[in-house]
Design a protein around this ligand. Structure first.
Ligand code: RIB
Ligand code: CA
Length: 311
């Protein structure tokens, strides 16, 4: 695997926190920056959570604050799952990490336009507001990026409505901008991310690993697991970390190049990713949609990441 440059875009919440741990620890990833948007909670909270995770684990990657709300809509956060803080569960000490002054969207444009073409990948595990704003600031980044990996959408059922997944539903207009930008977009939707299930047994095993990351993982995931069981009636899926694992080893998924549009007006279907599996629309494919995920290969990657912080 070649080492490649990644900008991780988050709305730190519980699974985002694990995605940060994995991306910062992976030898296959040069984590250039972490950009933060509103999503699971309001930006002050998602930014504080991101800084706390980085401070706790001495992750020196620069953190850039981004958009405070979706492009055209009010933010509807997810306190039932992620809590009032957005990362309920862990108790952090004093935060030694400061955010950068530059806006995330401006940073993304400057970083992509100054790097050689095809060398930077954005892994977006949040509503796509920062990424869309960067594309609107400088459309050329779409063609200079190596890939935009999106945790979002689904080919079938949603998780925040029967039709829509949270990240896309939160800001469907931004998703439509990203999906139609001409960038190489890879979508890991609920169809595949829900195969990465943190069972009680796995949580217990990973919680017993040595080091600060395992402790933070345990405190975060015990809250997340209880909330998912209580409000979603399911074991927690590690949606965001599954996208980092794809960035580490793209062969972990199988993809199909399909036409994907985003519903931005439907009363019942707002935020749905309309994936044309059969080509019936006659529209050109624009997104690489993950259709299978080798979840067995995920867990060793996560374990290795947590152990990297045991010093
Ligand atoms: O639907 C799952 C996504 O919504 C994840 O990115 C989670 O962090 C929330 O943002
Ligand atoms: Ca997220």
């Amino acid at each position: 695997m070649s080492r490649h440059s990644v900008i991780l875009d988050v709305d730190t919440g519980h699974d985002d926190a694990v995605a940060i741990m994995m991306a910062a620890a992976s030898p296959e990833i040069d984590l250039v920056a972490i950009t933060v948007t509103a999503g699971n909670q309001y930006l002050p909270k998602t930014l504080a959570n991101t800084l706390n995770v980085c401070s706790e684990l001495s992750i020196d990657t620069p953190v850039y604050p981004g958009m405070t709300a979706p492009l055209l809509r009010d933010l509807v956060p997810a306190p039932l799952i992620h809590g009032e803080s957005g990362l309920d569960g862990p108790i952090f000490g004093p935060c030694a990490k400061k955010a950068e002054k530059e806006h995330a969207a401006r940073f993304i444009v400057d970083a992509v336009m100054s790097a050689p073409p095809g060398t930077i990948t954005i892994v977006a595990v949040a509503p796509l507001t920062n990424v869309a704003m960067a594309i609107k600031l400088e459309p050329l980044i779409a063609l200079r990026l190596s890939e935009i990996v999106v945790m979002g959408g689904s080919m079938r059922a949603g998780n925040v409505t029967p039709s829509a997944e949270f990240n896309i539903h939160a800001d469907p207009e931004s998703a439509a901008i990203v999906f139609s930008s001409g960038a190489r977009v890879t979508m890991l939707g609920l169809d595949v991310t829900t195969r990465v299930v943190l069972t009680a047994e796995r949580l217990d095993f990973l919680s017993r690993l040595p080091g600060k990351a395992a402790s933070l993982f345990s405190a975060s995931m015990r809250h997340y697991s209880a909330a998912c069981q209580k409000y979603a009636g399911e074991c927690p899926a590690l949606h965001d970390p599954s996208c980092v694992a794809y960035a580490i080893d793209p062969s972990i998924v199988q993809k199909k190049f399909l036409n994907v549009r985003v519903e931005c007006a439907g009363a019942l279907t707002l935020g749905r990713t309309v994936v044309d599996e059969s080509g019936v629309s006659g529209l050109a494919p624009n997104v690489y949609v993950a259709v299978s995920y080798d979840a067995d290969r995920f867990w060793p990657l996560l374990e290795a990441s947590l152990l990297k912080y045991r010093g």
